[in-house]
Design a protein around this ligand. Structure first.
Ligand code: HEM
Length: 183
């Protein structure tokens, strides 16, 4: 009888032991499954963001400055713009003194590049005069302003700047009209 009781007790202990081993094994398996699911989700997210980057659709939208091609591209557009303005009989009289003086011409170009760079999100600081001060007493009309914008469009088109970027830039510069016309 005693032997039987001992045997039952031992059998019960063994059963409990194997139950707890089995349950901790199952819990560990559960944890591993969760971990690998988390890993999969993370790599899924990474793949999605990699795809977006490849398509140029990163959630962080590129600045207009970057989309225009940065400082080098803006400098090329400004150089061409000044050439077009110089050849435009509607408004080139305004720039006669500037064109005749290479240092003054270079300063105007540098100011324009810095102004466009800074206004489009580039890391430049415009150090020139504000628009009201720099155009004071020039008597610039609506028509003069429109002619200059048309010349800028010609320069942008020469470098095949896409329609969206062109419109964005012209909108930014167009907002300065009130400080330039009729000063
Ligand atoms: C959105 C349009 C315009 C912008 C962004 C602009 C920008 C500038 C800038 C940055 C300067 C140099 C300021 C400085 O010296 O500190 C400047 C000067 C000047 N701008 Fe404009 N401007 C615009 C329209 C016009 C128009 C329509 C005219 C005439 C038709 C004009 C004629 C001049 C002249 C003659 C100077 C002086 C150049 C010199 O210093 O020799 N601008 N402008």
């Amino acid at each position: 009888m005693r032997k039987t009781l001992t045997a039952i007790a031992i059998a019960a202990m063994l059963a409990m032991g194997s139950f707890s081993v089995a349950s901790s094994f199952a819990m560990q398996k559960d944890k591993d499954k969760k971990k690998s699911e988390e890993k999969e989700m993370k790599s899924d997210d990474k793949m999605k963001s990699d795809d977006k980057m490849k398509e140029g659709k990163s959630s962080k939208k590129k600045t207009l400055y970057t989309r225009l091609g940065g400082k080098k591209a803006i400098t090329a557009v400004v150089d061409e713009f000044i050439n077009v303005v110089g050849a435009d009989n509607r408004i080139n009289k305004f720039f006669a003194d500037t064109v005749a003086n290479p240092a003054r011409l270079q300063a105007l170009k540098d100011n324009l590049v810095a102004q466009i760079c800074s206004a489009t999100g580039g890391r430049c600081k415009y150090k020139g005069k504000d628009m009201k001060t720099s155009h004071k007493g020039m008597g610039i009309t609506d028509a003069d302003f429109t002619a200059l914008v048309e010349d800028l469009v010609k320069a942008l088109d020469k470098f095949n700047v896409p329609e969206a970027e062109k419109t964005e830039l012209l909108t930014i510069l167009g907002s300065l009209k009130g400080d330039i016309v009729g000063q």
